[in-house]
Design a protein around this ligand. Sequence first.
Ligand code: GLU
Ligand code: MG
Length: 451
Amino acid sequence: MSTLPTKAYEEIVNLASKSAVSLVRFIFCDTSSIIRGKATKVERLRDRLESGIGLVKGTMAMNMLDQTQFGTGLSATGEIRLVPDPDTWTVLPYCDRSAAMICDLVELDHKPWVMCPRTLLKRQIASAKEMGLSFQVSFEPEFMLGNWVDGRFVFIDDSRCFSTDGMNRASKFINRFADCLERQNIEVEQYYPEYGPGQHELSIRHAEALRACDRHIYYRETLRGVAAEQNIEAFLAPKPFADKIGNGCHLHVSVWDAYGERNLLWSDSGLSDFGRYFVAGMLAHLKGIVALTCASVNSYRRLKPNSWSSAYTCWGFENREAAIRIPSVYWGQEMATTNIELKCVDSSSNPYLALAAVIAAGIDGVKRQLELPSQVSVNPSTLSEEEMEHSKVERLPQSLQEALNELQKDQLLMNMLGEFGPVYIGVKSSECGAFAAADDEFELSHHRSIF
Ligand code: GLU
Ligand code: MG
């Protein structure tokens, strides 16, 4: 079930010496979506590739304030290994003499650890493969740029959405960011200044499911790395400022046959029956899914009506207020470009868990041939009660705690998470408690730059 490394360890060691790297980071994305890791000196890399680097199990019980939740059963005892996937090797262009690899969390007996989010996704991909399915995926993050001046945040621009003036003002950062991504073989698709002050969006090319999550991790790393290099603040948090627009991280998914030749979402007449079942499955589980895709207390400031972030369980063609948007296809590339966009996703989610949940839910819809409710072509917040009932439209959870309660009730998602489910709920609930006990600024400041 694990993807076998296609690059031999020797090749990695060669790459490291050729690029004059001194430290190699073994990184992973934790329960609260913090990217953590340990680095090995390059001289010890060969051994570390073989043995991994040790990590205390309690790390996965830490919340985003670094408070370890011992109630989860994970503690200071017990050790796992960070075992890198050689296919994720990258030299970090924004950091002197450093490289990184993304790791799985592996038990000392070499078995995958049940608390490893990346392994949980691999399991979903493997069972989908048994059904003859594969996925093309991309995460589409928005972020804000600026600097603190005398305690006040000054945005890099205050220009209009899509404006060329915004492009000019942010160009030094954006050009360097795009270059650094390309140097890590992450192809840039599009870029534009977004709606709010200092808000920008740069999208990258889709990839196979696991690789798309790995790319999103490197995207986040690179954004923060370039920001540190240029002495700028880059915020990926869902809602860095209470009175400004939120940062989404919409998730685009298409489902293909096992060979990646035929997009199963597509039919001559639009969304295929398969596609309709898949979307119906996502909708049926959406209230639980958001506990994994909008994974922080801060997320729920963003998920409000009239902010293009989605606030209701509904779908629609090109409806930017619907949780699931079916984007229009590109001329001449109808089959290849048919995809599903999930809007209730942000960068505080662990991408492996977010995507695993979406795949599990979509496949559940296909297996049960769930009927897709009628599409919503207006702003769902304007629907009457009867109309909401007719299209099965419900308000999404309005707090992380509410979403966690929905997740706990969702047997399919809890089965997908297995033993990790209660740990996730324990860690995330502790964040609800910690932030409820403090003021708004404590919550905002602890989320802004952490992802
Ligand atoms: N900023 C919006 C969000 O929070 C998305 C705007 C858009 O790209 O449609 O999701
Ligand atoms: Mg956008």
